[in-house]
Design a protein around this ligand. Structure first.
Ligand code: 5AD
Ligand code: SF4
Length: 473
Protein backbone atom coordinates (compact mmCIF):
# COMPACT_ATOMS: atom_id res chain seq x y z
CA UNK A 1 0.00 0.00 0.00
CA UNK A 2 0.99 3.52 -0.60
CA UNK A 3 2.24 5.90 2.04
CA UNK A 4 2.49 9.36 0.62
CA UNK A 5 4.74 12.08 1.80
CA UNK A 6 2.45 14.99 2.50
CA UNK A 7 5.16 17.46 1.39
CA UNK A 8 4.77 16.18 -2.16
CA UNK A 9 1.05 16.59 -2.45
CA UNK A 10 -1.02 19.69 -2.91
CA UNK A 11 -3.12 20.69 0.05
CA UNK A 12 -6.75 19.62 -0.03
CA UNK A 13 -8.07 23.11 -0.78
CA UNK A 14 -6.20 23.32 -4.08
CA UNK A 15 -7.78 20.10 -5.38
CA UNK A 16 -11.14 21.34 -4.14
CA UNK A 17 -10.70 24.46 -6.23
CA UNK A 18 -9.76 22.49 -9.39
CA UNK A 19 -12.97 20.48 -9.15
CA UNK A 20 -15.06 23.51 -8.25
CA UNK A 21 -13.89 25.14 -11.49
CA UNK A 22 -14.87 22.05 -13.50
CA UNK A 23 -18.28 21.99 -11.81
CA UNK A 24 -18.87 25.71 -12.33
CA UNK A 25 -18.26 25.27 -16.05
CA UNK A 26 -20.61 22.27 -16.09
CA UNK A 27 -23.33 24.25 -14.29
CA UNK A 28 -22.95 27.22 -16.67
CA UNK A 29 -23.21 25.06 -19.77
CA UNK A 30 -26.03 22.74 -18.62
CA UNK A 31 -27.93 24.82 -16.06
CA UNK A 32 -27.65 21.89 -13.63
CA UNK A 33 -25.66 21.47 -10.42
CA UNK A 34 -24.05 18.07 -9.83
CA UNK A 35 -25.39 16.12 -6.87
CA UNK A 36 -23.94 13.82 -4.19
CA UNK A 37 -25.40 11.37 -1.71
CA UNK A 38 -23.88 9.71 1.37
CA UNK A 39 -24.62 6.23 2.70
CA UNK A 40 -23.12 6.08 6.19
CA UNK A 41 -22.71 2.99 8.39
CA UNK A 42 -21.34 2.44 11.87
CA UNK A 43 -20.40 4.68 14.75
CA UNK A 44 -20.39 8.42 15.40
CA UNK A 45 -16.78 8.61 14.20
CA UNK A 46 -18.07 7.68 10.78
CA UNK A 47 -20.89 10.22 11.09
CA UNK A 48 -18.25 12.85 11.84
CA UNK A 49 -16.03 11.75 8.92
CA UNK A 50 -19.11 11.95 6.68
CA UNK A 51 -19.59 15.56 7.67
CA UNK A 52 -16.05 16.26 6.43
CA UNK A 53 -16.70 14.39 3.18
CA UNK A 54 -19.97 16.31 2.72
CA UNK A 55 -18.08 19.54 3.48
CA UNK A 56 -15.43 18.82 0.82
CA UNK A 57 -18.06 17.85 -1.77
CA UNK A 58 -20.10 20.97 -1.05
CA UNK A 59 -16.99 23.15 -1.43
CA UNK A 60 -16.28 21.35 -4.71
CA UNK A 61 -19.64 22.58 -5.99
CA UNK A 62 -21.80 19.49 -5.48
CA UNK A 63 -25.21 19.65 -3.82
CA UNK A 64 -26.36 17.01 -1.31
CA UNK A 65 -29.46 14.93 -2.08
CA UNK A 66 -31.20 12.28 0.00
CA UNK A 67 -33.33 9.14 -0.41
CA UNK A 68 -34.14 8.07 -3.97
CA UNK A 69 -33.04 11.30 -5.65
CA UNK A 70 -30.47 10.89 -8.42
CA UNK A 71 -26.85 11.58 -7.46
CA UNK A 72 -23.76 11.93 -9.69
CA UNK A 73 -21.58 10.69 -6.81
CA UNK A 74 -22.54 8.22 -4.08
CA UNK A 75 -20.13 7.82 -1.17
CA UNK A 76 -20.29 4.76 1.08
CA UNK A 77 -18.74 5.40 4.48
CA UNK A 78 -18.23 1.85 5.68
CA UNK A 79 -17.96 -0.02 8.99
CA UNK A 80 -16.33 -3.38 9.71
CA UNK A 81 -16.91 -3.82 13.43
CA UNK A 82 -19.17 -6.84 12.87
CA UNK A 83 -19.71 -9.11 9.90
CA UNK A 84 -23.38 -8.20 9.45
CA UNK A 85 -22.38 -4.54 8.88
CA UNK A 86 -20.02 -5.63 6.08
CA UNK A 87 -22.62 -7.90 4.47
CA UNK A 88 -25.16 -5.08 4.44
CA UNK A 89 -22.67 -2.70 2.83
CA UNK A 90 -21.73 -5.20 0.09
CA UNK A 91 -25.48 -5.58 -0.51
CA UNK A 92 -26.04 -1.81 -0.83
CA UNK A 93 -23.02 -1.35 -3.13
CA UNK A 94 -23.88 -4.40 -5.26
CA UNK A 95 -27.45 -3.20 -5.79
CA UNK A 96 -26.17 -0.12 -7.66
CA UNK A 97 -24.10 -1.84 -10.33
CA UNK A 98 -26.64 -1.69 -13.17
CA UNK A 99 -27.72 1.87 -12.42
CA UNK A 100 -24.09 3.03 -12.38
CA UNK A 101 -23.32 1.46 -15.71
CA UNK A 102 -26.37 3.09 -17.27
CA UNK A 103 -26.03 6.54 -15.71
CA UNK A 104 -22.29 6.85 -15.03
CA UNK A 105 -22.72 7.52 -11.32
CA UNK A 106 -19.35 7.63 -9.53
CA UNK A 107 -19.38 5.18 -6.62
CA UNK A 108 -16.90 5.91 -3.83
CA UNK A 109 -16.15 3.53 -0.94
CA UNK A 110 -14.23 4.68 2.12
CA UNK A 111 -14.10 4.17 5.87
CA UNK A 112 -13.00 1.31 8.11
CA UNK A 113 -13.76 -1.61 5.78
CA UNK A 114 -11.38 -0.20 3.18
CA UNK A 115 -8.42 -0.40 5.59
CA UNK A 116 -8.55 -4.19 5.16
CA UNK A 117 -6.55 -5.40 2.12
CA UNK A 118 -8.86 -8.38 1.50
CA UNK A 119 -11.84 -6.03 1.21
CA UNK A 120 -10.05 -3.76 -1.25
CA UNK A 121 -9.17 -6.84 -3.36
CA UNK A 122 -12.80 -7.94 -3.35
CA UNK A 123 -14.01 -4.46 -4.37
CA UNK A 124 -11.36 -4.32 -7.12
CA UNK A 125 -12.37 -7.66 -8.58
CA UNK A 126 -16.06 -8.09 -7.89
CA UNK A 127 -17.48 -4.55 -7.59
CA UNK A 128 -16.09 -2.96 -10.72
CA UNK A 129 -18.58 -0.11 -10.62
CA UNK A 130 -16.80 1.24 -7.52
CA UNK A 131 -14.50 3.87 -8.99
CA UNK A 132 -12.74 5.42 -6.00
CA UNK A 133 -11.55 3.81 -2.77
CA UNK A 134 -9.76 5.50 0.13
CA UNK A 135 -9.24 4.69 3.80
CA UNK A 136 -9.70 6.25 7.24
CA UNK A 137 -6.21 7.81 7.23
CA UNK A 138 -6.51 9.71 3.96
CA UNK A 139 -10.00 11.19 3.95
CA UNK A 140 -8.38 14.55 3.20
CA UNK A 141 -7.05 13.24 -0.14
CA UNK A 142 -10.55 12.59 -1.48
CA UNK A 143 -10.62 15.77 -3.67
CA UNK A 144 -7.30 14.77 -5.26
CA UNK A 145 -8.50 11.21 -5.93
CA UNK A 146 -11.77 12.50 -7.38
CA UNK A 147 -9.83 14.88 -9.63
CA UNK A 148 -7.68 11.97 -10.85
CA UNK A 149 -10.76 9.89 -11.62
CA UNK A 150 -12.59 12.72 -13.39
CA UNK A 151 -9.61 13.65 -15.55
CA UNK A 152 -8.21 10.16 -16.28
CA UNK A 153 -11.35 7.98 -16.04
CA UNK A 154 -9.32 5.21 -14.38
CA UNK A 155 -10.36 3.59 -11.11
CA UNK A 156 -8.44 5.11 -8.17
CA UNK A 157 -7.50 3.00 -5.12
CA UNK A 158 -5.49 4.77 -2.46
CA UNK A 159 -5.52 3.52 1.12
CA UNK A 160 -2.89 4.81 3.53
CA UNK A 161 -1.64 2.44 6.19
CA UNK A 162 -1.23 5.24 8.67
CA UNK A 163 -1.23 8.98 9.13
CA UNK A 164 0.52 10.45 12.15
CA UNK A 165 -0.68 13.98 11.54
CA UNK A 166 -4.10 15.28 12.40
CA UNK A 167 -5.36 17.33 9.51
CA UNK A 168 -7.18 20.36 10.90
CA UNK A 169 -9.35 22.86 9.04
CA UNK A 170 -10.95 20.50 6.54
CA UNK A 171 -14.32 21.73 5.32
CA UNK A 172 -17.32 20.40 7.22
CA UNK A 173 -21.02 20.29 6.44
CA UNK A 174 -22.66 19.65 9.81
CA UNK A 175 -25.77 17.47 9.87
CA UNK A 176 -27.31 19.57 12.64
CA UNK A 177 -27.02 23.15 13.84
CA UNK A 178 -28.17 22.72 17.44
CA UNK A 179 -25.83 19.83 18.26
CA UNK A 180 -22.46 18.71 16.98
CA UNK A 181 -19.92 15.91 17.21
CA UNK A 182 -16.30 16.82 17.90
CA UNK A 183 -13.52 14.26 17.50
CA UNK A 184 -10.96 14.78 20.24
CA UNK A 185 -8.86 11.64 19.87
CA UNK A 186 -8.44 9.38 16.86
CA UNK A 187 -7.52 5.68 16.90
CA UNK A 188 -7.22 3.23 19.77
CA UNK A 189 -4.30 1.62 21.64
CA UNK A 190 -6.26 -0.97 23.57
CA UNK A 191 -6.33 -3.95 21.26
CA UNK A 192 -9.31 -5.75 22.78
CA UNK A 193 -8.84 -9.15 21.17
CA UNK A 194 -12.21 -9.20 19.38
CA UNK A 195 -11.96 -5.69 17.97
CA UNK A 196 -10.90 -4.61 14.50
CA UNK A 197 -10.91 -0.87 15.31
CA UNK A 198 -7.23 -0.46 16.31
CA UNK A 199 -6.31 -2.28 13.08
CA UNK A 200 -8.31 0.08 10.85
CA UNK A 201 -8.18 3.39 12.72
CA UNK A 202 -4.55 3.26 13.93
CA UNK A 203 -2.95 4.37 17.18
CA UNK A 204 -4.25 7.07 19.49
CA UNK A 205 -3.63 10.64 18.37
CA UNK A 206 -5.11 13.49 20.38
CA UNK A 207 -6.08 16.78 18.82
CA UNK A 208 -4.58 19.86 20.42
CA UNK A 209 -6.79 21.30 23.13
CA UNK A 210 -6.68 24.78 21.56
CA UNK A 211 -7.94 23.38 18.22
CA UNK A 212 -10.83 21.60 19.95
CA UNK A 213 -11.79 24.69 21.97
CA UNK A 214 -11.60 26.92 18.88
CA UNK A 215 -13.94 24.55 17.04
CA UNK A 216 -16.42 24.54 19.93
CA UNK A 217 -16.33 28.34 20.29
CA UNK A 218 -17.12 28.71 16.61
CA UNK A 219 -19.99 26.22 16.89
CA UNK A 220 -21.38 28.07 19.92
CA UNK A 221 -21.32 31.35 18.00
CA UNK A 222 -23.27 29.58 15.27
CA UNK A 223 -26.04 28.55 17.68
CA UNK A 224 -24.87 25.08 18.69
CA UNK A 225 -26.15 24.08 22.15
CA UNK A 226 -24.99 20.52 22.67
CA UNK A 227 -21.67 18.93 21.84
CA UNK A 228 -20.56 15.30 22.00
CA UNK A 229 -16.83 14.69 22.33
CA UNK A 230 -15.81 11.63 20.38
CA UNK A 231 -13.06 9.04 20.60
CA UNK A 232 -12.72 5.26 20.82
CA UNK A 233 -11.47 5.94 24.32
CA UNK A 234 -11.91 9.59 25.32
CA UNK A 235 -10.40 8.86 28.74
CA UNK A 236 -6.95 8.54 27.23
CA UNK A 237 -7.25 11.97 25.59
CA UNK A 238 -3.89 13.73 25.93
CA UNK A 239 -1.80 10.69 26.93
CA UNK A 240 0.05 10.87 23.62
CA UNK A 241 0.64 14.59 24.17
CA UNK A 242 2.46 13.70 27.38
CA UNK A 243 -0.22 15.29 29.59
CA UNK A 244 -2.04 13.66 32.49
CA UNK A 245 -5.77 14.08 33.07
CA UNK A 246 -6.14 16.31 30.05
CA UNK A 247 -9.67 15.06 29.41
CA UNK A 248 -10.89 16.43 32.75
CA UNK A 249 -9.09 19.71 31.98
CA UNK A 250 -10.83 19.83 28.61
CA UNK A 251 -14.24 19.48 30.29
CA UNK A 252 -13.45 22.37 32.67
CA UNK A 253 -12.33 24.54 29.71
CA UNK A 254 -15.51 23.79 27.72
CA UNK A 255 -17.56 24.75 30.78
CA UNK A 256 -16.39 28.35 30.17
CA UNK A 257 -17.71 28.56 26.61
CA UNK A 258 -20.88 30.69 26.43
CA UNK A 259 -23.77 29.25 24.47
CA UNK A 260 -22.93 25.56 24.96
CA UNK A 261 -25.53 24.13 27.35
CA UNK A 262 -24.83 20.42 27.24
CA UNK A 263 -21.63 18.39 26.93
CA UNK A 264 -21.58 14.65 26.28
CA UNK A 265 -18.74 12.26 25.49
CA UNK A 266 -18.29 8.73 24.24
CA UNK A 267 -16.72 6.16 24.62
CA UNK A 268 -15.11 5.61 28.03
CA UNK A 269 -12.95 2.60 28.85
CA UNK A 270 -13.46 1.39 32.45
CA UNK A 271 -9.72 0.90 32.98
CA UNK A 272 -9.03 4.59 32.27
CA UNK A 273 -11.91 6.35 34.01
CA UNK A 274 -10.08 8.47 36.59
CA UNK A 275 -11.26 10.07 39.82
CA UNK A 276 -10.44 13.46 38.36
CA UNK A 277 -12.83 12.76 35.48
CA UNK A 278 -15.60 11.79 37.90
CA UNK A 279 -14.91 15.05 39.78
CA UNK A 280 -15.05 17.01 36.52
CA UNK A 281 -18.37 15.37 35.60
CA UNK A 282 -19.71 16.32 39.01
CA UNK A 283 -18.38 19.88 39.00
CA UNK A 284 -19.14 20.89 35.41
CA UNK A 285 -22.79 21.89 35.18
CA UNK A 286 -22.82 21.50 31.40
CA UNK A 287 -21.62 17.88 31.43
CA UNK A 288 -24.74 15.72 31.15
CA UNK A 289 -25.58 13.08 33.75
CA UNK A 290 -25.06 10.18 31.38
CA UNK A 291 -22.10 7.85 31.02
CA UNK A 292 -21.56 5.18 28.39
CA UNK A 293 -19.28 2.60 30.00
CA UNK A 294 -18.96 -0.63 28.00
CA UNK A 295 -18.28 -3.70 30.15
CA UNK A 296 -18.48 -6.29 27.32
CA UNK A 297 -18.58 -9.38 29.58
CA UNK A 298 -19.05 -10.23 33.25
CA UNK A 299 -16.75 -13.23 33.56
CA UNK A 300 -13.18 -12.46 34.61
CA UNK A 301 -11.99 -15.38 32.50
CA UNK A 302 -13.61 -13.90 29.38
CA UNK A 303 -12.51 -10.34 30.25
CA UNK A 304 -8.93 -11.63 30.35
CA UNK A 305 -9.33 -13.37 27.00
CA UNK A 306 -10.76 -10.11 25.65
CA UNK A 307 -7.71 -8.18 26.98
CA UNK A 308 -10.00 -5.68 28.71
CA UNK A 309 -7.56 -5.12 31.62
CA UNK A 310 -10.18 -4.93 34.40
CA UNK A 311 -12.20 -7.42 36.41
CA UNK A 312 -15.90 -7.66 37.12
CA UNK A 313 -15.20 -6.51 40.69
CA UNK A 314 -13.27 -3.47 39.47
CA UNK A 315 -16.09 -2.54 37.10
CA UNK A 316 -18.77 -2.87 39.79
CA UNK A 317 -16.70 -0.83 42.27
CA UNK A 318 -16.22 1.87 39.63
CA UNK A 319 -19.96 2.03 39.01
CA UNK A 320 -20.58 2.38 42.76
CA UNK A 321 -18.09 5.23 42.91
CA UNK A 322 -19.77 7.04 40.01
CA UNK A 323 -23.25 6.54 41.46
CA UNK A 324 -22.09 7.87 44.82
CA UNK A 325 -20.58 10.97 43.21
CA UNK A 326 -23.43 11.62 40.74
CA UNK A 327 -26.61 10.03 42.13
CA UNK A 328 -28.81 10.84 39.10
CA UNK A 329 -26.31 9.41 36.57
CA UNK A 330 -27.81 7.33 33.74
CA UNK A 331 -25.57 4.47 32.66
CA UNK A 332 -25.41 2.75 29.31
CA UNK A 333 -23.10 -0.01 28.14
CA UNK A 334 -21.99 -2.39 25.37
CA UNK A 335 -22.16 -6.15 25.90
CA UNK A 336 -20.89 -8.99 23.73
CA UNK A 337 -22.60 -12.38 23.93
CA UNK A 338 -20.93 -15.59 22.72
CA UNK A 339 -17.22 -14.74 22.87
CA UNK A 340 -15.42 -17.98 21.84
CA UNK A 341 -15.86 -20.64 24.50
CA UNK A 342 -18.28 -18.61 26.66
CA UNK A 343 -19.84 -21.11 29.10
CA UNK A 344 -23.18 -20.88 30.86
CA UNK A 345 -21.30 -19.85 34.04
CA UNK A 346 -19.47 -17.10 32.16
CA UNK A 347 -22.75 -15.84 30.74
CA UNK A 348 -24.40 -15.87 34.19
CA UNK A 349 -21.67 -13.42 35.28
CA UNK A 350 -22.75 -11.06 32.48
CA UNK A 351 -26.37 -11.28 33.64
CA UNK A 352 -25.17 -10.64 37.19
CA UNK A 353 -23.47 -7.37 36.16
CA UNK A 354 -26.61 -6.28 34.32
CA UNK A 355 -28.75 -6.99 37.42
CA UNK A 356 -26.34 -5.26 39.79
CA UNK A 357 -25.61 -2.12 37.76
CA UNK A 358 -29.16 -1.49 36.46
CA UNK A 359 -28.24 0.10 33.12
CA UNK A 360 -30.69 2.58 31.64
CA UNK A 361 -29.82 1.22 28.21
CA UNK A 362 -27.48 -1.32 26.63
CA UNK A 363 -26.17 -2.11 23.17
CA UNK A 364 -25.96 -5.89 22.94
CA UNK A 365 -24.05 -7.74 20.25
CA UNK A 366 -23.45 -11.33 19.26
CA UNK A 367 -19.71 -11.93 18.94
CA UNK A 368 -18.55 -11.71 15.34
CA UNK A 369 -15.05 -13.01 14.43
CA UNK A 370 -13.00 -10.33 12.64
CA UNK A 371 -10.15 -11.37 10.37
CA UNK A 372 -6.77 -10.24 11.72
CA UNK A 373 -7.87 -10.01 15.37
CA UNK A 374 -6.44 -12.45 17.96
CA UNK A 375 -9.90 -13.70 19.02
CA UNK A 376 -10.65 -14.82 15.45
CA UNK A 377 -8.07 -17.58 15.98
CA UNK A 378 -9.87 -18.94 19.06
CA UNK A 379 -12.07 -21.96 18.56
CA UNK A 380 -15.78 -21.30 18.98
CA UNK A 381 -17.07 -24.17 21.09
CA UNK A 382 -20.44 -22.65 21.96
CA UNK A 383 -23.22 -23.63 19.52
CA UNK A 384 -24.90 -20.72 17.75
CA UNK A 385 -28.40 -21.72 18.99
CA UNK A 386 -27.12 -21.45 22.56
CA UNK A 387 -25.63 -18.02 21.83
CA UNK A 388 -28.95 -16.93 20.29
CA UNK A 389 -30.85 -18.07 23.40
CA UNK A 390 -28.40 -16.25 25.66
CA UNK A 391 -28.77 -13.09 23.62
CA UNK A 392 -32.55 -13.24 24.05
CA UNK A 393 -32.27 -13.87 27.80
CA UNK A 394 -29.96 -10.89 28.13
CA UNK A 395 -32.13 -8.63 25.97
CA UNK A 396 -35.28 -9.60 27.93
CA UNK A 397 -33.58 -8.90 31.25
CA UNK A 398 -32.27 -5.54 30.05
CA UNK A 399 -35.71 -4.52 28.71
CA UNK A 400 -37.29 -5.39 32.05
CA UNK A 401 -34.69 -3.32 33.95
CA UNK A 402 -34.87 -0.35 31.57
CA UNK A 403 -38.69 -0.34 31.76
CA UNK A 404 -38.74 -0.35 35.53
CA UNK A 405 -36.05 2.39 35.72
CA UNK A 406 -37.97 4.55 33.25
CA UNK A 407 -41.24 4.32 35.23
CA UNK A 408 -40.03 6.87 37.78
CA UNK A 409 -40.32 9.55 35.10
CA UNK A 410 -44.10 9.15 34.71
CA UNK A 411 -45.79 12.34 35.92
CA UNK A 412 -42.46 14.22 36.03
CA UNK A 413 -41.43 17.19 33.86
CA UNK A 414 -38.11 16.88 32.03
CA UNK A 415 -35.93 19.23 29.99
CA UNK A 416 -35.76 18.16 26.34
CA UNK A 417 -33.52 19.52 23.57
CA UNK A 418 -35.69 19.14 20.47
CA UNK A 419 -34.22 17.16 17.53
CA UNK A 420 -37.24 17.35 15.18
CA UNK A 421 -40.15 15.07 14.27
CA UNK A 422 -40.13 11.65 15.94
CA UNK A 423 -38.92 8.58 14.01
CA UNK A 424 -41.38 6.33 15.86
CA UNK A 425 -44.37 8.62 15.34
CA UNK A 426 -44.01 11.52 12.86
CA UNK A 427 -46.98 13.31 14.42
CA UNK A 428 -44.89 13.82 17.52
CA UNK A 429 -41.74 15.83 18.15
CA UNK A 430 -38.67 14.17 19.55
CA UNK A 431 -35.64 15.04 21.60
CA UNK A 432 -33.36 13.94 24.42
CA UNK A 433 -33.18 14.65 28.13
CA UNK A 434 -29.89 15.53 29.80
CA UNK A 435 -29.54 11.88 30.80
CA UNK A 436 -29.91 10.90 27.15
CA UNK A 437 -33.44 9.49 27.27
CA UNK A 438 -35.39 9.69 24.05
CA UNK A 439 -38.67 11.61 24.51
CA UNK A 440 -41.47 11.72 21.95
CA UNK A 441 -44.11 14.31 22.68
CA UNK A 442 -47.09 16.13 21.23
CA UNK A 443 -46.70 19.90 21.08
CA UNK A 444 -47.58 22.84 18.86
CA UNK A 445 -45.08 25.31 17.50
CA UNK A 446 -42.00 23.65 18.96
CA UNK A 447 -38.88 23.91 16.84
CA UNK A 448 -35.75 21.85 16.41
CA UNK A 449 -33.00 23.18 18.66
CA UNK A 450 -35.31 24.56 21.36
CA UNK A 451 -35.15 23.53 25.01
CA UNK A 452 -38.63 22.59 26.21
CA UNK A 453 -40.20 21.28 29.41
CA UNK A 454 -42.16 18.11 28.70
CA UNK A 455 -44.49 16.30 31.07
CA UNK A 456 -44.01 12.52 30.83
CA UNK A 457 -47.25 10.55 30.57
CA UNK A 458 -45.91 7.10 29.68
CA UNK A 459 -42.49 5.51 30.10
CA UNK A 460 -41.13 2.46 28.28
CA UNK A 461 -37.73 0.77 27.97
CA UNK A 462 -36.70 2.67 24.84
CA UNK A 463 -38.49 6.02 24.99
CA UNK A 464 -40.69 8.25 27.09
CA UNK A 465 -43.96 9.71 25.85
CA UNK A 466 -44.76 13.26 26.88
CA UNK A 467 -47.01 16.21 26.21
CA UNK A 468 -47.04 19.97 26.18
CA UNK A 469 -43.51 20.92 25.20
CA UNK A 470 -43.32 24.35 26.85
CA UNK A 471 -40.44 26.54 25.76
CA UNK A 472 -37.93 27.37 28.48
CA UNK A 473 -36.88 30.89 29.41
N1 5AD B 1 -18.16 -8.76 17.69
C1 5AD B 1 -19.23 -8.26 18.35
N2 5AD B 1 -19.27 -7.04 18.88
C2 5AD B 1 -18.17 -6.27 18.75
N3 5AD B 1 -17.89 -5.02 19.17
C3 5AD B 1 -16.64 -4.70 18.77
N4 5AD B 1 -16.10 -5.73 18.09
C4 5AD B 1 -17.02 -6.72 18.07
C5 5AD B 1 -17.04 -8.02 17.53
N5 5AD B 1 -15.98 -8.53 16.88
C6 5AD B 1 -18.82 -4.23 19.97
C7 5AD B 1 -18.23 -3.88 21.34
C8 5AD B 1 -17.91 -2.42 21.21
C9 5AD B 1 -18.99 -1.96 20.25
C10 5AD B 1 -18.74 -0.67 19.59
O1 5AD B 1 -19.06 -3.01 19.31
O2 5AD B 1 -19.25 -4.09 22.31
O3 5AD B 1 -17.95 -1.73 22.44
FE1 SF4 C 1 -12.19 -1.74 20.15
FE2 SF4 C 1 -11.43 -2.07 22.70
FE3 SF4 C 1 -10.52 0.05 21.29
FE4 SF4 C 1 -13.11 -0.06 22.02
S1 SF4 C 1 -11.34 0.07 23.43
S2 SF4 C 1 -12.29 0.50 19.97
S3 SF4 C 1 -13.55 -2.23 21.88
S4 SF4 C 1 -10.07 -2.11 20.89
Amino acid sequence: MKIKNSENSLVTSEWVEYIRNINTEYALSTGRTKKFKLDVFGCQMNERDSETIAGMLTDMGYEEVFGDDYADIIVFVTCCVRENAEEKIYGHIGALSKECEEKGTIIVACGCMMQQPHVVEKIKNSYRHVKIVFGTHNVHTFPELLYRYITQKKRVFEVWEKEDRIIEDLPVKRTEKHKAWISIILGCNNFCTYCIVPHVRGRERSRKMEDILAEIRELAQDGCKEITLLGQNVNSYGNDLGEKDLFAKLLYAIEEIDGIKRVRFTTSHPKDLSDSLIDAMKNCKKVCNHLHLPFQAGSNRILKLMNRKYTKEHYLALVEKIKAAIPDIALSTDIIVGFPGETEEDFEETLDVVRKVQFDSAFMFIYSPRKGTPAAKLEQTTPSEVIGQRFKRLADLQTEIATSLAKRFEGKTVEVLVDGPSKQNPEMMSGRTRDNRLVNFKAEGVEKGAFVDVEIIRAGAFWLEGRGGKKRG
